[in-house]
Design a protein around this ligand. Structure first.
Ligand SMILES: Cc1cc2nc3c(=O)[nH]c(=O)nc-3n(C[C@H](O)[C@H](O)[C@H](O)COP(=O)(O)OP(=O)(O)OC[C@H]3O[C@@H](n4cnc5c(N)ncnc54)[C@H](O)[C@@H]3O)c2cc1C
Length: 417
């Protein structure tokens, strides 16, 4: 496979781009793997990559029922950040942020990681206090955070409605190192990096059953035949309940759809990522110029990857309230993705009650930024049978013991996380 470099680019440019190789091997399934990963999304692929790279485990297959990038990893709005409050979360997301910062050099692929800043706006005194507290918690954990007043926000984003807004902007919490990354390139980069190290990436291979004998998983049934496995790792995001059910497990996860929107391309306007604090709306701008924005989850359980019109209206209202001139731009595309909403809004990276079956789920609408950290910590768990220290709080039994990681403080309401 081609190693990307300035020299390789120049060679291909001069040679009419006829020498590029496929980015990863399209493998056919073998009878047995040491580790079978179910789900070729960002988390499954990153796990395979770090299993091979960090732990030397290369007899690994990633089984993807569709094609690489068809799930949430290619449907999200690309925001990366580590602006969390709770001790269970901050070190994990900061590890992920640090991995983002070195990712492109690490896997030799352009994932367009762009640290242009994430700005959360506040519109009331209590909200300011909550953001000040979160910023302080971030700084105590060594994470960058700046509390801006109204003038500070205006200096960054003068186009916001500062004059006659229904919810006047009072300021914002800025994480300068936050930003965006090109989502599908992340999937391709991890696929390529894992494949180069010997991992089999197998597309169009749906897992239809989990073989469990005397409390231990010994393999999977797939649309391309049975595969025996030493360990099976689930990373299927919005399909978590369905796959867990194959092993007789009921998990504290609900599937919801969330939508994303992209406008026609316009000149550079949005400096980084901006989130509205008085409604659910957030926005950034892609390198092609399209405004990329989204909002709340649709309020019902579903496995459909498309959303409903009331949420389209709700998202557009948020946009109009924040920056009324957005009403003049045309939406080009919108789509939905399937979220694995957990009951406290935080993820699970843990062993399951079935020996040899490992769980990675509960990412809600924030799992893209977690991709490197999740892959790294899940690989650690699978390889060593012990949680990575920064992911130690993401236990499945916290829903029984009550040690919830309720970052938003809204309780067991998955549609609110
Ligand atoms: C519209 C939208 C916007 C979002 N915005 C952001 C954001 O800005 N920032 C952020 O951090 N997060 C965001 N997220 C959330 C983030 O995308 C997800 O949390 C994350 O991508 C989930 O992990 P994944 O990449 O592994 O999931 P996926 O890419 O969904 O991977 C799961 C894979 O499992 C496969 N699969 C399912 N069942 C089976 C089976 N039986 N056999 C084999 N394969 C199977 C699926 O086909 C899928 O490819 C957003 C999500 C959506 C939908």
């Amino acid at each position: 496979m081609t190693r990307f470099s300035l020299l390789a680019l120049a060679r291909e440019a001069l040679g009419g781009h006829r020498g590029w190789q496929p980015h990863w091997r399209d493998a056919t399934p073998r009878d047995f793997y040491e580790v079978v990963i179910v789900g070729g999304g960002g988390h499954g692929l990153a796990t395979a990559y770090y299993l091979a790279k960090e732990f030397g485990i290369t007899n690994v297959a990633v089984l993807e029922k569709g094609w690489i990038g068809n799930g949430n990893v290619g449907r999200n709005t690309t925001i990366i950040r580590s602006n969390y409050l709770l001790p269970g979360n901050v070190p994990f997301y900061e590890l992920s942020m640090k991995l983002w910062e070195g990712l492109e050099q690490d896997f030799n692929y352009n994932a367009m990681v762009s640290q242009r800043g994430v700005l959360n706006l506040f519109h009331s005194d209590p909200q300011r206090d909550a953001y000040a507290r979160r910023g302080n918690s971030m700084r105590l954990h060594g994470v960058d955070a700046e509390l801006l007043d109204r003038d500070g926000v205006r200096a960054i984003a003068p186009f916001l409605n500062f004059d006659d807004a229904r919810f006047p902007i009072q300021g914002g919490l800025l994480q300068p190192r936050g930003g965006t990354a090109r989502h599908d390139a992340v999937a391709w980069g991890y696929s390529r990096g894992a494949s180069l190290r010997g991992v089999d990436i197998i597309q169009n291979c749906e897992v239809t059953g989990l073989d469990v004998v005397q409390g231990r998983v010994i393999g999977v049934q797939t649309s391309r035949g049975p595969i025996r496995a030493g360990k099976v790792a689930m990373a299927v995001a919005g399909s978590t309940s369905r796959v867990a059910k194959m092993a007789g497990l009921t998990l504290p996860i609900e599937s919801h759809v969330i939508q994303a929107f992209v406008s026609e391309g316009i000149k550079p306007l949005i400096p980084g990522v901006i989130t509205f604090g008085a409604g659910h709306f957030y926005i950034s701008q892609s390198d092609k110029g399209g405004l990329v924005f989204g909002g709340d989850v649709d309020g019902y359980n579903t496995y459909a990857q498309r959303g409903n019109l009331p949420v389209v209206e709700d998202v557009c209202e948020g946009g109009m309230a924040l920056m009324p001139m957005i009403g003049r731009v045309r939406v080009l595309r919108n789509w939905g993705g399937l979220l694995d909403m957990s009951m406290d809004g935080s993820p699970i990276i843990d062993r399951s009650p079935i020996d040899g079956l490992y769980l990675n789920c509960g990412w809600c609408y924030g799992g893209f930024k977690a991709t490197p950290g999740s892959g790294f910590c899940f690989a650690h768990l699978i390889a060593k049978d012990a949680p990575h220290p920064v992911a130690a709080a993401y236990r499945l039994d916290r829903y029984a013991t009550g040690a919830l990681i309720d970052e938003k403080g809204v309780g067991a309401h998955p549609n609110l996380h």
